[in-house]
Design a protein around this ligand. Sequence first.
Ligand code: CA
Length: 230
Amino acid sequence: MDNQKRILVVEDERDIAELVVHYLQREGYRASQAADGRTALSRAESELPDLLILDLMLPGMDGLEVCRRLRQSHRTADMPIIMLTAKTEESDKIVGLEMGADDYIAKPFSPKELVARVKSLFRRLDRNEEPTPAYKYGPLVLDRGRFEVTDDGREVSLTAKEFGLLEALLNGRGRVLTRDYLLNTVWGYDYYGSTRTVDVHIRHLREKIPLLAEAIVTIKNIGYKLRESP
Ligand code: CA
């Protein structure tokens, strides 16, 4: 199955590593092990596992350092990490979490407890991965995930800025949005254009999507408002 989660277990104590891998595999996860920090780091970067179970005490580069480096790298900054440690002091827990671990398990732990924590972490992560919203406005649908706008099922060809502007209008429907607000939201604060740019793009939107000719209301000298409903 391709949707099996891949877990890399980083632990130099072989008995513990093998036990953990065994329990995870029994739960259907694709688990494998690495015995030191450098191997863990290079495998995490090349294989991009769905979860790293990372022991704090490792020969050479320790778990905190591995965690810190993963968080610094663009590719692995969001990789879920559960830290393992023999130390039980609260300060170590705080250090681990500050370094960016998502959860923390103190040794000795039961494999069952570990599996339960892994499952709960994946559940939490899956909940956060909600699909990107699609905006509906009468027959008009803006789908952010697909970067697509359809009018009564027909695709409308928009430029990136027109798309952003329409999204901003849909997001703030019923409210008066100033030209400055729209300029900053769509073009960014470091854009040196004038608010005329907004007017030009609004005109294009009204031309491309007839429904918007009426629905986008010009608020003289201030900006624009998309009617609450078309
Ligand atoms: Ca260890």
